[in-house]
Design a binder for this molecule. Sequence first.
Ligand code: ZN
Ligand code: ZN
Length: 250
Amino acid sequence: MAREFAKSFYRTEAWIKARKFAFDRDYGLCQQCLEKGITDSDGELIPGEEVHHKIFLRPSNINDPFITLNPDNLITLCRNCHMDIHRKKKKRRNTLNIKSGVFFNERGDMMKSKVYIVYGSPGSGKTTYVKEHKEYGDLVIDFDLIKQSISMESKTEAPDNLLEYAKGIRDYLYTMIEQRNIQSKNVWVIAGLPKKEQRRRLASRLDAELIFIDTDLQTCIEHIMNDSERKDKEKQVQLIDNWFGYYEKG
Ligand SMILES: [Zn+2]
Ligand SMILES: [Zn+2]
């Protein structure tokens, strides 16, 4: 049933590996029948025959291993259930929960979705770093941007009374990451985190890799002075001073 654009994909070794992974994970059973409690006339569970892509393969995603080879996008089905799904015209929500936290790259290697904590002083260039390294679709958690989004003030001038809301939003996102209930390949958390213990605690909570943006104080101040989005320069310099005052190596 493979359409022309997908034919060569179904012959790749990476697909054969990913397919086998999904099939074995599902114990070779039709997951749909299993969920509905459907068995055959002998009361046996229905074996799966085909591995289906929950987000359908399209010409536009056929080269995206995150769709084509991601076990979270694969499900074992019997032929009947599989035909049903493709017959149904009603729109499905094309979202994908990476519950297992793994996917396959184009070479067929098993990969884990990654969480990075990018930390350093205000003005050190954390945002620039993330902009340069993120991929389209990555989740980015930046406390300043959260505050901005709920205040409509400039990036660094959100009023204090909204702080608790911003913290609540951030914590909600942290919880999603903790449970690996995420729908993106990478997650980038931007934070100051001058203290070693704070960093360690967050990194272990989110199972994240720490990336330090190691910029000296003078350069941080220069960045702030040249950043038109940061209005209150004096307050910004004070924040930099605080950060370097608290900073612990390691
Ligand atoms: Zn299918
Ligand atoms: Zn079935």
